[in-house]
Design a protein around this ligand. Structure first.
Ligand code: PMP
Length: 302
């Protein structure tokens, strides 16, 4: 995947610059220790062919809260950042795009507080993340970080070493993706996605505390409420997942994507006939502001 070419423009500390001319300090505390925060956002061409950032406010709020959670100075203004992102999409002629803001630290080899932070926003054409085929999931032996040792609700760079090793391990074993437990052995989340299960027309998802509070997770909960579907946030065991009718991952990159199997267990009921599949379609309509399709899907829920 090529993220940029010689024409690509990025946003860097208040200015627009060519990606190929932009530099970071190799002595940055972020590079050495993973002490950074970032966001994963998407823009979609909507029904009027305008590029619209999905839940821009929520993502830039989370960026700020992630930074503050790990004591990074955050002198940036949300409105300015959102405006800069729209400008970037225009300058790079992107409709459907992935947007990556990153807040990073200055040169600092100690663990002392910094007095400044830097910011960059990068955009690139969105590629399918895990594809659109149902997923074959591996129960990872890696657990999510202990919330007593990490600010697990923050989207901090260093946390993703855990995601990377779990995902690589699953793929090396022939699966599409990993599922991680929390430190107590309950179902937590994927390396970059939250999880929901459907059983007898009802939905369940792991409660907050050991997971990243996903913006897609919140959107799925909003859709379920709007569709009058019941969803309980609770501790979920691996055995419960195996007797579910359907399970899906959700996240900005993956959107809503169903599972084919968990280890050697196959989900036999057809995904196309599930309510989860309607949630998937409703989500895809919502991000493109296709309210006619969204309302039509809503009308098919009994
Ligand atoms: N969990 C983790 C660990 C993630 O990295 C992500 C992706 N940001 C998610 C869940 C889903 O979050 P969101 O819906 O906000 O993209």
């Amino acid at each position: 995947m090529q993220y940029f070419n010689e024409d690509t423009i990025i946003y860097h500390n208040g200015a627009f610059a060519k990606a190929i001319d932009s530099k970071i300090d190799l002595f940055s505390q972020s590079l050495h220790y993973g002490y950074s925060v970032f966001e994963g956002i998407r823009a979609y061409s909507n029904v009027d062919s305008k590029s619209k950032i999905f839940k821009a406010d929520e993502h830039f709020e989370r960026l700020k809260n992630s930074a503050l959670a790990i004591n990074m100075p955050y002198p940036f203004n949300k409105t300015e950042l959102i405006e800069a992102t729209y400008k970037l999409l225009e300058m790079n002629a992107l409709g459907d795009a992935y947007i990556r803001p990153l807040v990073y630290a200055p040169a600092n080899m100690t663990y002392a507080l910094n007095t400044e932070s830097f910011i960059t926003i990068q955009v690139w054409p969105m590629q399918p993340f895990l594809g659109d085929k149902l997923l074959r999931i591996h129960s990872s032996s890696f657990q999510r970080p202990n919330p007593n040792g990490f600010k697990i609700h923050a989207k901090a760079g260093g946390h993703y070493v855990n995601s990377i090793i779990a995902s690589q391990d699953a793929k090396m074993k022939g699966f599409d993706e990993a599922l991680l437990q929390d430190m107590n052995g309950y179902v937590a989340e994927g390396p970059g996605a939250n999880v929901f299960m459907e059983k007898d027309g009802k939905f369940f998802t792991p409660s907050l505390g050991h997971i990243l509070p996903g913006i897609t997770r919140a959107t799925v909960l909003e859709i379920m409420k709007d569709f009058d579907l019941s969803c309980e946030e609770k501790k979920i065991t691996h055995d419960e997942l195996k007797i579910a009718d359907h399970v899906f991952f959700c996240g900005t990159a993956v959107e809503v994507l169903g599972w084919q199997s968990l280890d050697d267990h196959m989900y036999e009921k057809p995904w196309a006939e599930s309510i989860s599949n309607k949630i998937e379609k409703a989500y895809k309509a919502l991000v493109r502001e296709d309210f006619a399709t969204y309302n039509h899907i809503k009308s098919t829920i009994k």
